[in-house]
Design a protein around this ligand. Structure first.
Ligand code: NAP
Length: 335
């Protein structure tokens, strides 16, 4: 089979599509013929070596954590899925899965075939009617967004600033806050993506490049917002952003940092460990019923997967999700 392979740490253009053996499913695993895989910043971090101190990459390495595909084989002990079923979900690189004790290891989704662990909540059936590309875009962003929204404990009518609102995780966070929690969302978005942020359900947008986000938020809400969902800032920049909170407000963050002051609380979320069995089926249902709009902004064919990662690494800004599809992809879907 063909797979996108990294042989050592390096920039994305050093990855090559190679012929490698089809991975066989181990205990609790399924083998999947991949239909689509979405890209995450973590794919770049694992192949560049940027996070090698925390998560070493074992070579040869096939990136790709979020996938949709067809079950083609069952490992020992798998009874939840059958060959031929359409599935989607998430698989982590081995060092990540081991570190967190996650039943979610994958051989790598940017390949014609891949193995994923099926004895946990990380693989779900893909409903017919939900395109594989859309399903692949929902997985790790969705689980992180669901965890962030749950930890934020946002009540109807509360005002929430989302920092990083038009990226992969932020796109789902904004929609869940606006549509399932009836929150009033203030979203950071560059002007080019302001319309997209409103389509996600944001009531207001702030251009983080040219404005002071705290001042602009306080202009909208002089007493401060009830909560902040931060997907970007860390260290002092998070501390600074927390000045947009009302006294006693909450910050939910995917980054580490501190906020201090006024009895405000900070929760650091990490999607995978808190994934529940109903998270992916619920996200799929929400994508089908229109609660979640399609957030794919680019689709690449598989033979351009290295180029897709290189473009992602070089992009000044990205909106929603980028996906690699095994189907033929119209030229206008990628640059
Ligand atoms: N992807 C996942 O599933 C996942 C899972 C666990 C944790 N996380 C973490 O969650 C965070 C977001 O991941 P992601 O996949 O959503 O990344 P992403 O798609 O790259 O989105 C990041 C967003 O942040 C915006 N941004 C950059 N600098 C900003 C600033 N100074 N102020 C406000 N917004 C800014 C970007 O906007 P522009 O592009 O318009 O500049 C972009 O919309 C990361 O910390 C990641 O490590 C992600």
């Amino acid at each position: 089979m063909r797979a996108l392979v990294a042989r050592s740490y390096g920039p994305p253009h050093t990855l090559r599509i190679e012929d490698v053996p089809i991975p066989e499913p181990g205990p609790g695993q399924i083998q999947v013929r991949v239909s689509a895989a979405s890209l995450n910043p973590a794919d770049l971090m694992m192949t560049s070596g940027e996070i090698r101190e925390a998560f070493e990459t074992r070579f040869p390495y096939v990136p790709g954590s979020d996938f949709a595909g067809t079950v083609t084989g069952l490992g020992p002990g798998v009874s939840t899925f059958a060959v031929g079923e359409e599935v989607f979900g998430f698989g982590a690189p081995p060092s990540y899965a081991e570190r967190f004790g996650l039943p979610a290891v994958t051989s790598g989704g940017l390949a014609e075939y891949a193995t994923f662990q099926a004895d946990g909540p990380f693989v779900a059936r893909r409903p017919s009617g939900l395109p594989p590309e859309t399903a692949a875009a929902l997985a790790s962003t969705g689980m992180t967004a669901v965890a962030a929204v749950a930890d934020g404990d946002v009540r109807p009518g509360e005002r929430v600033l989302v920092i990083g609102a038009t990226g992969g995780v932020g796109s789902i966070v904004v929609q869940l806050l606006a549509r399932t929690r009836a929150a009033e969302v203030v979203a950071t978005a560059i002007p080019e993506y302001a319309g997209y942020a409103r389509a996600l359900g944001a009531a207001h947008t702030i251009d983080y490049l040219t404005s002071d986000v705290v001042a602009a938020t306080r202009e909208l809400h002089p007493d401060g917002v009830d909560a902040i969902v931060n997907l970007v800032l860390d260290g002092d920049r998070l501390q600074e952003a927390a000045r947009a909170l009302r006294p006693g407000g909450r910050v939910v963050s995917t980054t580490f940092g501190s906020i201090g002051g006024d009895g405000a609380t900070l929760k650091v979320v990490n999607g995978p460990p808190s994934l529940r069995a109903d998270t992916f089926p619920t996200l799929a249902a929400q994508a089908l019923d229109g609660t979640l709009i399609d957030m794919i902004s680019r689709t690449y064919p598989f033979d351009r997967a290295a180029e897709a990662l290189a473009d992602l690494a070089a992009a000044a800004h990205t909106r929603g999700k980028w996906v690699v599809s095994m189907r033929s992809v119209p030229r206008e879907s990628y640059p």
